[in-house]
Design a protein around this ligand. Structure first.
Ligand SMILES: NC(=O)c1ccc[n+]([C@@H]2O[C@H](COP(=O)([O-])OP(=O)(O)OC[C@H]3O[C@@H](n4cnc5c(N)ncnc54)[C@H](O)[C@@H]3O)[C@@H](O)[C@H]2O)c1
Length: 269
């Protein structure tokens, strides 16, 4: 049996769609019939995703822009709404994960305030600007999905700016759901733990991968396509009764007491 086609004649905007999770989400929405605008700060990456989708038989157009810049977001939404002027799906997924910003989001006592500001500008203000410009183009049945992270739900010894921005995004998701719910516009978020994008695969040592496996309940790591399946569900009318929610997709990493993982690792030797 073929895959469902839930987005025929729908328009979608995916930010940070030049690679990783955003690319997988853009491909999935396009495979299910959406005309997808692939937005990314990296023009070559956006073009590559759009070309890939077209090669796969889908409809996509790339747009280059920075989600923290209002004029860029306005242009992304205008491109996505196209001639019909209507946007059906917004997936706010862009985050700054560069070495210069995310890589310097370390000990707060030594943190350069620009790292904090840039993280919040891209990861949080970016989502706000997308909503600001997308909602006027949306009607009943439209859906917004934000990509947050399990880093929003637990503490860590680094990446406080990232965690704070992603936590605010969970609250923001509820506010957007509340503001526009009566218009039939839904807003939800997905919160992944480690997702094995190409960049994550490159960055992870075998030891770190083993640690992550020990933290999970399920044997397999999450792939970008797993997140794309969840995003497509939340964006589709099958999720018409779900709004204001954040769905954790983490192979069970946060579903148990830490002792369980420690015991398992000890038993495995
Ligand atoms: N991969 C993981 O393990 C993981 C886990 C939890 C959450 N996430 C979240 O998933 C989302 C996607 O992450 P990914 O792992 O696919 O990363 P990625 O680096 O592969 O993709 C992020 C994309 O966003 C683009 N981008 C960066 N800054 C931008 C800006 N200002 N404007 C527009 N585009 C911009 C980048 O060019 C890149 O193509 C992010 O929100 C990230 O926080 C990822």
């Amino acid at each position: 049996m073929g895959r469902a086609v839930r987005f025929a004649r729908r328009t979608a905007l995916v930010t940070g769609a030049g690679s990783g999770i955003g690319r997988a989400c853009a491909r999935r929405l396009a495979a299910e019939g959406a005309t997808v605008t692939v937005a990314d700060i990296d023009p070559a990456a956006a073009a590559e995703t759009a070309e890939l989708i077209v090669k796969e038989g889908g409809a996509a157009r790339p747009v280059t822009g920075d989600v923290s810049v209002e004029d860029d977001v306005r242009a992304m939404v205008e491109t996505a709404a196209g001639d019909g002027g209507r946007l059906d799906v917004l997936h706010s997924n862009a985050a700054v994960l560069s070495r210069e910003v995310y890589g310097r989001d370390l000990d707060l006592t030594e943190m350069d305030v620009e790292v904090w500001d840039r993280t919040l500008a891209v990861d949080l203000r970016g989502a706000m600007l997308c909503v600001k410009h997308a909602v006027p183009r949306m009607g009943a049945g439209a859906a917004i999905v934000n990509t947050t992270s399990v880093s929003a739900l637990v503490g860590d010894t680094d990446h406080a700016a990232y965690g704070a921005a992603k936590a605010a995004l969970i609250s923001f998701t509820r506010y957007v759901a509340t503001m526009y719910g009566r218009r039939g516009i839904r807003c939800n978020a997905v919160a992944p733990a480690l997702v094995l994008t190409e960049a994550a695969r490159r960055a992870m040592t075998p030891e770190r991968l083993a640690e992550k496996a020990a933290e999970r309940l399920l044997p397999d790591p999450c792939e970008p396509e797993d997140v794309a399946a969840l995003v497509a569900f939340l964006a589709s009318s099958e999720a018409r009764c779900i709004t204001g929610q954040t769905i954790v997709i983490d192979g069970g990493t946060l579903a148990h007491r830490p002792e369980h993982a420690i015991r398992q690792a000890r038993e495995a030797g």
